[in-house]
Design a binder for this molecule. Structure first.
Ligand code: NAP
Length: 281
């Protein structure tokens, strides 16, 4: 293997140290810790695991997580009502609605019930618009985490060709943040002709699809930076990139697990601490 590892665990740990300091200062000044509310509907094991991980990491840095668990049969109206309560609650600083909600629930309507000042996973149109226009706001935690990881390794983005595979909730905002940093961005998706040719041109590849091994290692340009946000719990937590071969060619590459995942949690908690500070200042 030639590539250096983009070590999400190490960078996330350093981020969380800074969050812990900020949280300690906040709690001393306000007599309570920052509070992150997580809304989860249904009992799928994967989202439950994500919520447990966040709760554990949050507790380690002093952020309290308040769980709102709803049955899979919950209606849109009822989820919206719970999110509105959290938006109005002065003791809640951040709100995360766990995607995906059950298929019959109108996820967009639920997201829009989040107070943008508490939108620590960048789910609302207000946050998306702010990000698109380059004004301050909260980014989706995974996209923000990917950028923080690239920055930690001082990856140059200006003048470089970035290829983002996936235009879902992970890929689309990541491409916008890369564009804001002066990369030349191409989005690829399920209707892209010749994905291999696009990847072969890329200085920076971000894969956010959820199809293990979709990105063949031999497509990766020598020296490229490869970020694999994909993971499929059902497939043993496998990423989108054929890791071993890609690592022979890349200069930097994220492992799965241990790359983007820890950065997502760290970014979410950092944004929760920031929301608490900004709401109370
Ligand atoms: P999504 O909404 O399902 O989007 C998947 C995207 O992949 C879509 O844009 C789809 O294209 C594209 N795609 C599907 N098949 C393709 C193919 N054969 N070639 C090229 N593109 C293809 O997924 P998401 O919510 O953005 O999540 C993406 C991945 O990130 C998932 O694996 C998810 O588990 C993972 N994830 C990771 C973290 C983390 O912290 N690491 C957090 C959240 C999610 P169309 O738009 O044309 O359908």
């Amino acid at each position: 293997m030639n590539a250096r590892i983009l070590d999400g665990r190490a960078v996330a740990a350093a981020t969380l140290e800074r969050v812990r300091d900020e949280v300690t200062r906040f709690a001393a000044a306000h007599g309570r810790p920052p509070v992150l509310a997580t809304v989860l509907a249904g009992d799928d094991p994967a989202p439950q695991t994500h919520v447990r991980t966040r709760t554990g990491r949050g507790a380690a840095v002093g952020v309290t997580t308040r769980r709102v668990d709803l049955p899979a049969s919950v209606s849109t109206v009822d989820v919206v009502a719970r999110v509105r309560e959290l938006s109005a609650d002065p003791d809640v600083d951040g709100i995360l609605v766990q995607h995906p909600l059950p298929a019959h629930v109108d996820e967009r309507t639920v997201f829009e019930a989040i107070d943008p000042a508490k939108d620590v996973d960048g789910a609302t149109h207000a946050s998306f618009g702010a990000m698109a226009s380059g004004t301050p706001g909260f980014t989706p935690a995974t996209a923000g985490g990917i950028m923080a990881l690239l920055d930690a390794y001082e990856v140059r983005l200006a003048y470089r060709q970035a290829v983002v595979i996936g235009r879902g909730p992970i890929g689309r905002p990541t491409g916008m943040l890369l564009l804001a940093r002066d990369a030349t961005v191409t989005y690829c998706h399920s209707r892209t002709i010749d994905l291999a040719a696009h990847v072969a041109e890329a200085d920076v590849v971000v894969a956010a699809v959820g199809r293990p091994g979709l990105v063949r290692g031999k497509w990766v340009k020598q020296g490229a930076v490869v970020v694999d946000a994909g993971h499929l719990d059902d497939a043993g937590n496998a990423g989108d990139v054929e890791y071993a071969v890609a690592a022979e060619r890349a200069s930097l590459i994220t492992p799965v697990p241990g790359g983007v995942g820890p950065m997502t949690v760290a970014t979410l908690l950092a944004q929760t601490a920031r929301a608490a500070r900004e709401r109370t200042s």
